[in-house]
Design a protein around this ligand. Sequence first.
Ligand code: VG1
Ligand code: CO
Length: 544
Amino acid sequence: MEPQVIATTPFEGQRPGTSGLRKKVRVFQQPGYLENFVQAIFDTQTELEGGTLVVGGDGRFYNRQAIQVILRMAAANGVARVLVGRGGILSTPAASCVIRKFKTQGGVVLSASHNPGGPEEDFGIKFNSANGGPASESVTEAIYARTRTIDAYRTLDCADTNLDQAGIARIGSMEVEVIDPVADYAQLMESLFDFNAIHQLFNSGLFRMRFDAMHAVTGPYAMEILESRLGAPPGTVMNGESKEDFGGGHPDPNLAHAQDLVALTQGPDALDFGAASDGDGDRNMILGKNFFVTPSDSLAVLAANAHQVPGYRAGIRGVARSMPTSQAADRVAEALGVECFETPTGWKFFGNLLDAGRITVCGEESFGTGSDHVREKDGLWAVLFWLNLLAVRQQSVADIVHEHWRRFGRNYYTRHDYEAVDSTSAEGLMEHLRILLPDLPGRVLAGYTVSYADDFAYTDPIDGSVSKNQGIRIGFEGGSRIVFRLSGTGTEGATLRVYLEFFERDPARHDQDTQRAMAPLILVARELAQIEVRTGRAAPTVIT
Ligand code: VG1
Ligand code: CO
């Protein structure tokens, strides 16, 4: 079978954002759009020729069609072998697991994560490198540069590959192995956590939980791990049937979008534990009885208690958090005497630190936690970690977190998102803040004294690469902070994220309502950035 060389012209705007290229499905459906981006991957990642590639996605609308395109192009570009999840399915952490386990040259992950799916909604594609992690900025920039000059792509004229049956097929001289999407990942989880202890917790009759798969990719993973292997009662996994449009919802595990689950953890008959994951399975939300664990606190609690879990028995080497994530983890690292890193938003910035063995756990405020077991954040991993802790500590979620606050203090935290605002206004708002920065240190705002104000830049401690303009940080004496950044994953206008944090040492003041306790700081942020005047929004779209 001879490869065909098809002439093409560049498309505007194929620069990957925080996590790959995300656009409306309609944009991806334009003839040549997906092909150009995929060819740019093959043109720049030359180790794929003669190598092995992992391909899979979160099962959203257009996943299957895109995979067929990628398989044909992989064959025409000389890839020797592709491992593809059955049904085209691989959660993001499972894709990372498979890339690492089989030492492949990389993978293509198809997902727009927590963004809605369907013909009018979002699709996405990203390249993961041989370490299993999202490609570094230098790689994504090279891919982007190639999309701007591309004039042809290579493909084969052949029938679709049957993705629904495990086994080996061929396209030209390329081998396609359809693999079980769950097995390798489930085995990895079993090697990290005390499945016996969790099994006993489920068997005790004293513990009730639900996992909300939000009709997204984790359905089959959670059924296999929680219900089949760990013996949780049938029905523990809710919304477990994966759907191309996620049942019409936002597969985003937060208080706003997982309301049914949240309701089950509240009131007199509340469950002991609730958890949810997102479209592609890398995010997690953790709930206890009448209790929400902020992702920033979750990272800190996991870091502080890692030694109680088999996979981390030897302790952790270091911790990293994205810049807007609360500083709760920093306090744990300090107490443990290990390094703590502050990185820009996006999992790709953790890769070098993990590869170099400088950190063991890392996380983001956006419901992302993970460790050196893969190179992506991992939703079910976090859920199993919490279950393992609950099983060995025999305490409630709320008790574990309260105990943590008593020891380390509490970092109150909230994020206010203003979605789909006008891009020019959003850029203007950020520019306005940048101009204010030099005058802020020393100023007192609502009783808080500014200790520093900057536009966050990061120098990677391993390879020395520099990433600038990663968000505006305003730090106050005593540890409070306000951070402003624009989202790099949205597909409509701009999304302004305002992150707020304040530190409270006194245990007598650890049970305040977050929004109320943070009201003065919230006001400072709104006024400083002139949010209402510049965006026309009197209130945020989503508060988490
Ligand atoms: C958001 C989150 C960021 C996360 C990214 C990808 O990015 O804030 O922490 O890494 O999504 O997560 P942004 O640029 O929109 O703030 V996922 O689960 O969408 O792959
Ligand atoms: Co995700």
